[in-house]
Design a protein around this ligand. Structure first.
Ligand code: SF4
Length: 608
């Protein structure tokens, strides 16, 4: 690489205080300035930070959005999650390939365009969708894909792409996105008229311990999917020893079919930051971090602006609302790794490392980011916290059921008339939701995204709640024309692609599971394969180190349970072993070459 191109690296490293834990920011800045993070650039970064080159390289090679070699000036990442496939991404992919004259994973000879696949970019409600650098384009057709390439070739300017601006804050000048808000149903907690920062004011008027009591009394459970009681998590962090404590907002929703946090971050970012500030006050933290998935980089300037406005209003900083409480929030941009949605992997990434999950214990609440007690809560959880402090725990408990209080955001996509985000009370029956979203005669519904459960029609009367169908909110509807085994295959492929590779059951097991499903899809499977698939799934589930591996077999296991006929109808009858195998005949060629009888079978009785 030309030396002058790397001359920006010392200044970039200085901007982050030469702090190696800010590796993600440094890599982003270098890549934006230079076009890639080449081996030369890695050497330069390592020198500036006083660390080994391997540390830099291991981070670069881990994240899909970083590259060691120059990609095109415009990188097109076309989303190939299951909903995009259902809505014709193949035709869009073909149009891109034909127009550019390259395949996926390739760069044009003039280095203007690179074509990549992306696992899920959070736009399942407006698929097929793609990222062009960090600009989102939605509802693509083969015509609009061709037009996009022609326009970029003609103008060389991403900002001149002619796509209509999206709704809500997507048309804000700092967002400027084609994304549609798709907020289909407002509710009583998050998407409603909310008095500005009343929750924070009420929190600061009582003690931190009392704040935790209010949250515990609300019985709020984490909205990311795991459902851990929020107040209890805070109590652990507050009780843990540490020079500081840290609040992290997990804005890394990467589950295929999930996009509700996108809408919260776009429409009510103040509510998210208010909830984080309350969490900071409750646990005694000065530091807040929003881990924003790389796919949502288009929201970053808008979120930074919102944070700056809050600082100006005294809602962040050294003396929040005159209370003496100090807390501030920074945004940490991810770089395209689904596993970073797992809280310990997310912490590794915030620390500037590969997004490797960590062993537990210690739990993050005891020892998390940089060894400090850390609470990691989902975007939606923070919004609920702000409202609970404003209106009280009894008010919140008035929605939902006794074990699943409050409302929940559902991201609905697939075969329905009205895909989008719905705020509904927890405990609602799945069939009520399906009627609301205009799903006609679905044959299956995936609740909880790829790692969730495939629900058959006879179970549509079940409830969406922590004690029944628990979900982070992703609902994908499948109509009668869908091939469910192809859906399972897409999910398994997703997990194989996203496995961090640390542990064998997940790394190898997901690949084996994919091969087994392919074998059955191709009509080569036999009855024994189903038992093998089940055993394999259970092994991966019980032997994997983190949530990704532990949930990766769910698509297979839940369909083997509820949609077994989808597998059985493709099986071929098992063939008997041939009783006419002729050992003499099999060996005669080799024995002729060797000029002697086989060492192992030389004493066999002759069949002649
Ligand atoms: Fe990595 Fe999978 Fe093991 Fe998790 S289960 S640590 S994602 S290999």
């Amino acid at each position: 690489m030309v030396e002058s191109k790397l001359s920006c690296i010392p200044e970039i490293c200085r901007k982050y205080g030469g702090d190696r834990t800010r590796m993600m920011d440094i890599l982003w800045d270098v890549q934006n300035a230079v076009g890639c993070v080449s081996p030369d650039a890695q050497d330069a970064i390592a020198r500036e930070l006083g660390i080994g080159r391997v540390e830099v390289q291991s981070a670069v090679s881990f994240y899909a959005f970083f590259s060691e070699r120059s990609r095109g000036r415009f990188t097109i990442r076309l989303c190939n999650d299951i909903v995009d496939r259902m809505l014709g991404v193949d035709r869009v992919a073909q149009a891109f390939e034909e127009e550019l004259g390259i395949g996926f994973g390739e760069t044009t000879a003039d280095e203007q365009f690179a074509l990549e696949w992306a696992s899920c970019i959070g736009m399942s409600d407006q698929a097929p969708a793609a990222l062009v650098n960090d600009k989102v384009v939605t509802k693509l057709s083969s015509d609009s894909a061709r037009e996009l390439v022609r326009s970029l070739r003609a103008t060389g300017d991403l900002s001149r792409l002619r796509f209509p601006l999206g709704s809500g804050n997507n048309s804000h000048p700092l967002v400027n996105a084609t994304v549609s808000r798709n907020l289909r149903q407002r509710g009583a907690v998050m998407f409603c008229d909310v008095p500005s920062n009343q929750g924070l004011r009420r929190a600061l008027a009582i003690s931190p311990v009392e704040v935790i009591h209010v949250v515990k009394a609300s019985r709020l459970r984490g909205r990311g999917g795991a459902g851990f009681p929020t107040g209890m998590k805070w109590e652990f962090a507050r009780a843990a020893e540490g020079a500081d404590r840290v609040v992290i907002c997990n804005a890394d929703e990467g589950e295929p079919g999930t996009f509700k946090d996108r809408v919260l971050l776009t429409e009510v970012p103040d509510l998210v930051f208010e909830g984080m500030t309350i969490a900071g006050y409750a646990i005694g933290a000065k530091t807040g971090i929003v881990y924003l998935r790389g796919e949502y980089n288009y929201l970053r300037a808008f979120l930074e602006h919102t944070l700056e406005e809050r600082r100006k209003k005294g809602l962040l900083g050294k003396n929040i609302l005159g209370s003496g409480f100090e807390f501030d929030i920074r945004i940490q941009l991810g770089a395209g790794a689904y596993v970073c949605g797992e809280e310990t992997a997310l912490i590794s990434s915030c620390e500037g490392r590969r997004g490797d999950p960590k062993n537990r214990p210690p739990f993050p609440a005891q020892k998390g980011y940089l060894g400090l007690p850390t609470v990691v809560n989902n975007v939606e959880t923070h919004c609920c916290v702000a409202r609970i402090l404003e209106k009280g725990s009894a008010w919140f408990c008035g929605f939902g059921t006794s074990a699943s209080t409050g409302t929940k955001l559902f991201s609905v996509s697939g075969d329905c008339a009205r895909p989008g985000v719905y705020e509904l009370p927890l405990g609602i029956k799945l069939n009520e939701l399906l009627t609301t979203v205009g799903a006609i005669d679905p044959v299956a519904v995936q609740v909880g995204g790829a790692s969730g459960t495939m629900v058959p029609p006879q179970d549509f009367g079940r409830t969406l709640a922590f004690d029944d169908l628990a979900t982070g909110g992703a609902i994908i509807v499948f109509g009668p024309e869908r091939d469910l085994l192809q859906v399972v295959h897409a999910f398994v492929e997703f997990f194989r692609e996203e496995s961090c590779g640390y542990c064998t059951p997940c790394r190898v097991g997901t690949r084996l599971m994919q091969l087994e499903v392919e074998k059955i899809l191709e009509g080569r499977g036999q009855a024994a394969d189903l038992a093998r698939l089940e055993e394999l799934g259970n092994t991966i589930k019980t032997m994997s180190r983190c949530g990704l591996g532990q949930t990766a077999p769910h698509p297979v296991l839940s369909t083997l349970r509820s949609f077994r006929s989808e597998y059985e109808r493709r099986l071929t009858p098992s063939r008997e072993l041939s009783s006419t195998f002729d050992l003499d005949k099999a060996l005669c060629g080799a024995e002729a070459i060797a000029g002697r009888r086989s060492t192992h079978y030389g004493n066999r009785p002759t069949s002649r």
